[in-house]
Every structure is written in structure tokens, then in C-alpha cells.
Write a protein that binds this ligand. Structure first.
Ligand SMILES: [Zn+2]
Length: 321
């Protein structure tokens, strides 16, 4: 376990962080001082703090009057916690594995128990980049939407280019002006398109006035092709979260069209203009052709026709852009 606060070995502090026997807790403290608090071999951070902050001594020792030594040690611990504010971030619930680590008795069939625990765990951890998108775009992504985003990306396309593009965008792989400024503080964080400050991922992919016009154009084209007016919403354009009532094949086509639109944006990275409709049509045609070949080879040509029919009709329209 990382006890070295100075080198910040881990950003994700564990509730099992040791307070007794911790070399950074200079006064030192014997396990016996708060022996009623813990059944683990040492006193852990989780016994001292919760999501509201440091627990009062009356909560820690509810059934007995604290001794003077316990009061003194409690004051020492508070001082230690305030000296290292990062310790206050360790107030999450303990995982099953962490609970197991604190058990004094050695479990029999430990590996099997851990394997079963992992199998039972149905929680879906939320990646930090989803939280970053929420902060950037000032929106809330629910756990259901989070799961749907990854399902959409996984099934987005048989094209490796599209698949990779979706992964990179969602995981904020690209270097935006704000990210570059974070690495090199003397550089500007101005958007390269509109020259406004604070060129975050949210700005570059969505709120920049120039990229907003691009998305308006793409959504207007999609409305022409599939006769559905999708909302101007970053959940639709960036995360491919489409209205639930849409038929599956229609969602499939729209996902292809939006994925292509997103794939083209990095081609214009650090350029003042945005991709043209002509480029979008050409790239979509290459994806359609790949789908046609793939589904033909797997005897699913009927599904290809059903999915791409609106696009094929659009391509036959003489007046299309
Ligand atoms: Zn901009």
C-alpha cells in the first residue's frame, strides 16, 4: 500500500490507508489507543473519516467516555489529516477486496473467494474522462447513458478507423489547447478556430461557434436523409445517444452518419475551418461500401439494404449537395 505522501504514488487513496505505523505520522501511535475502533491489524483512514469529513470523537467512541490519552491522540490525528488534505479523499466505501484484506482470520480457498467476488460485482466504474466531459459540457451523464455510450462505441462500425475515432474522442485522447496549456503553461489556450480563450475538449468538439455551424449542417443533412430532426445536443453528436423510440436500423444508419462527421473533425485539428459536406458524403460512401461487402459476405444483404436505403435514395437525388 502506498504510504508515501510526498511522492504521491497513487492518486486514488484507499480507505485502508494506515494511520498507525505510518512513518509520516511523526508522533506515532500505538494500535491500542483506539483498539475499540478497528478489528483490522491497524487503524485505517476509513475509521476516522466519512463523506462529511472527520468523524467527531463521540462518534468514534460512542459507548464510553474517552480517556485523556484518546482525546490527545484524536487531536494528533486531526492535525495529521489537516496537514495532508489529500487524505480526506479516501472516504469512499470499501470494496469487497478491501474488506477481505482487513479480516484477521486467513480465509480458506482465498483465490476462489476472490474470483467469485469479482464475478458477482456488477458495478460499472465510471471513467474519469466521463466526469471531465460532464464538467466541460455542463451536463449530467447517467450511469445508464454511460453504459449506452460504451455499447454504442463498441458496435459503432466495422471500420477500424471509425471505431478508433470513437474511442479516442470519448476518452479525450486528442490534445486540445487547454490540455496543451496544462502541460506547457506559457502556451495559449485559445481555440484555433474562433480564437476564444478556454479551448477545452467541450469547446473544440461542441460549443465552438464554428463547430456548432458544422453540426447544424450535419444534423440538417441527416434530417433530409432519414426525415428525423435530431436535437442539437452534444449527447447526440459526441456520444451517439439517440432517442430511444427510433427503430434499430434507423439508429444504426444515424450512428454511421454521426460517426463519420466526428471522424472528420480531427482531420481539421489546428485548422480554422471545418470539414465540408462533400468530404462527409465521400467518407460515408466508403463506410457504406465496407458495410455492403461485409454484410454480403455474411448473407445479410437484406439487412444492409434496410439500413442504408435512405442513404442510397439520397445519393440518387440529383439536387444533393
Ligand atoms: Zn472556438
Amino acid at each position: 500500500m502506498a504510504t508515501d505522501l510526498e511522492t504521491s504514488l497513487s492518486k486514488h487513496l484507499s480507505p485502508l490507508f494506515p494511520l498507525t505505523h505510518n512513518p509520516h505520522f511523526q508522533p506515532g501511535m500505538a494500535c491500542a489507543t483506539f483498539h475499540t475502533l478497528h478489528d483490522s491489524p491497524y487503524l485505517t483512514l476509513s475509521r476516522l473519516i466519512n463523506n462529511k469529513g472527520i468523524k467527531p470523537l463521540t462518534d468514534i467512541i460512542p459507548d464510553a467516555e474517552p480517556t485523556n490519552m484518546q482525546r490527545f491522540n484524536y487531536s494528533q490525528l486531526i492535525h495529521f489529516l489537516f496537514t495532508h488534505p489529500m487524505l480526506m479523499k479516501g472516504s469512499r466505501d470499501e470494496t469487497q477486496f478491501e474488506i477481505m484484506c482487513q479480516t484477521r482470520k486467513t480465509k480458506i480457498r482465498l483465490l476462489s473467494t476472490m474470483y467469485k467476488t469479482l464475478q458477482r460485482d456488477t458495478s460499472t466504474p465510471r471513467p474519469l474522462y466521463i466526469t471531465s466531459w460532464e464538467n466541460d459540457l455542463q451536463l449530467k451523464i447517467t450511469d445508464t447513458e454511460c453504459t449506452q455510450i460504451f455499447t454504442n462505441v463498441f458496435h459503432s462500425s466495422i471500420s477500424n478507423t471509425s471505431y478508433e475515432s470513437n474511442h479516442k474522442r470519448i476518452s479525450r485522447w486528442h490534445y486540445t489547447p487547454s490540455r496543451i496549456q496544462h502541460l506547457f503553461p506559457t502556451t495559449s489556450n485559445d481555440c484555433w478556430r474562433c480564437n476564444q480563450p478556454n479551448g477545452t475538449a467541450g469547446h473544440i468538439w461542441w460549443s465552438c461557434p464554428i463547430i456548432q455551424k458544422y453540426w447544424q449542417t450535419i444534423l440538417a443533412m441527416i434530417a433530409t436523409i432519414v426525415t428525423i430532426n435530431l436535437p442539437m445536443d452534444p449527447k447526440v453528436t459526441i456520444f451517439l445517444l439517440l432517442p430511444v423510440h427510433l427503430p434499430k436500423l434507423q439508429k444504426c444508419l444515424i450512428s454511421h452518419l454521426l460517426t463519420v462527421a466526428n471522424t472528420l473533425i480531427p482531420l481539421y485539428w489546428k485548422k480554422s475551418d471545418v470539414p465540408s459536406v462533400r468530404e462527409w458524403v465521400q467518407k460515408t460512401e466508403s463506410i457504406r461500401l465496407m458495410n455492403e461487402i461485409n454484410l454480403s459476405l455474411t448473407n445479410l444483404y437484406a439487412r444492409y439494404i434496410q439500413t442504408w436505403e435512405p442513404w442510397l435514395k439520397f445519393m440518387q437525388t440529383p439536387s444533393r449537395t
